[in-house]
Design a protein around this ligand. Structure first.
Ligand code: KG4
Ligand code: ZN
Length: 335
């Protein structure tokens, strides 16, 4: 039987709704980004995020249903991000999903946003099935994990401080190149020299699978301050290329270590930072040498979107992991 999953995502600064058929086929994916507003403040302002979600949510859901050439009665399940994320922002999406679930008498499925990022790969690669090893790198999260089955994910490593995308964004802010910093660093690093400055590869040799990005951030910020105090300007392109290479080296090294442990021949990366061209290039190269197939989502499915939530919700529903109308939101939910 075909299952049409309506996905709703409002955990941070994108209001999004999507219809996904049988967990794999995107019929619509509407994303209303708040970035232009938050840019004025150099980062996401939670209160503004909640208000903008409230303004957009109904319009975005209506459009997602219309774009899929469906009507409300065709929807089988309502999948919504229950956490992690900004509490006020999450409440908007979850309230909308509960209202739809109640009025349509359709199951409510609360989805873990981070599991959603992994599911973005199912939408782009019909052949990808668990088990496989995975790296999730986004603005709020950094995880190395083993996907044992669609809903059973074993975390083997995580960041001990800042998330990978957060490190990009904070350094970019310091350098004054704009917000969010990740895509801009990606672009300007292509013209920079990645060997110009030698930044620390933090925890690259640690025995575990954990990461730390705040040490790198501090090293880069101290370097910029020292240079500026000496009256020198740091070349932004060289800086971007050099610190990005420090991040990539660590991500690749830990991921290869996980692949040695699991022996998997499939590796999936996801989350906003998986849009990065240098990260994709290095992973292609290193995994290619070892006969491991690399999966990553289309650019639009790397950053936050509701299609990945609709997909993840479908797999939860198949295992009867549905929720009641008293479901809460979970701002600090882990993977
Ligand atoms: O997945 P996402 O939309 O939000 C979270 O769940 O956190 O990720 C947003 C993050 C931001 O930190 C942004 O700078 C980063 O993804 N990002 C990138 C690129 N595109 C987005 N980082 C590096 N290179 C990119 N091309
Ligand atoms: Zn995300």
């Amino acid at each position: 039987m075909d299952i049409y999953s309506l996905g709703i995502e409002s955990s941070c600064d994108e209001t999004s709704a999507s219809i996904v058929l049988n967990g794999r086929e995107v019929l619509s994916n509407v994303i209303s980004s708040q970035i232009d507003t938050h840019k004025l403040f150099g980062g996401v302002v939670p209160e503004i995020a909640s208000r903008l979600h409230l303004e957009m949510i109904n319009k975005v859901v209506d459009k997602a249903i219309k774009d899929a050439n469906l009507s409300l009665k065709d929807i089988d399940i309502i999948s919504v991000t229950k956490g992690p994320g900004l509490i006020g922002a999450l409440i908007v999406g979850v309230s909308c999903a509960k209202a739809l679930s109640l009025s349509l008498s359709k199951p409510l499925v609360g989805v873990n946003h981070i599991k959603g990022h992994i599911a973005a790969n199912y939408l782009c690669h019909k052949d990808l099935k668990p088990p496989f090893s995975t790296l999730i790198i986004s603005g709020g999260h950094t995880y190395l994990a083993i996907v044992k089955s669609y809903n059973d994910i074993e975390v083997v490593g995580r960041t001990l401080d800042d998330a990978c995308g957060e490190c990009y964004d904070k350094i970019a802010r310091k350098v004054g190149i704009g917000y969010p910093g990740g895509p801009i660093v990606d672009r300007i690093a292509k013209e920079g020299n990645k060997k110009a400055f030698d930044f620390p590869r933090v925890m690259i040799d640690s025995k575990d699978f954990n990461f730390s990005f705040s040490g790198l951030k501090t090293a880069v910020l101290n370097f910029i301050n020292t240079e500026n105090m000496a009256g020198r300007q740091v070349d932004k392109k060289d800086l971007a290329a050099s610190f990005q290479e420090a991040i990539v080296d660590v991500l690749v090294s830990k991921s290869l270590k996980l692949l040695e442990k699991t022996g998997h021949k499939e590796f999936a990366i996801s989350g906003g930072v998986s849009a990065n061209s240098r990260i994709r290039e290095r992973f292609e190269e290193e995994l290619g040498k070892r006969g491991v197939k690399l999966y990553y989502p289309n650019l639009i499915l790397c950053t936050d979107n509701a299609a990945m939530i609709a997909s993840s919700g479908y797999y939860e529903y198949l295992e009867d992991n549905t929720d009641e109308l008293d479901m809460k939101v979970y701002p600090n939910l882990g993977l």
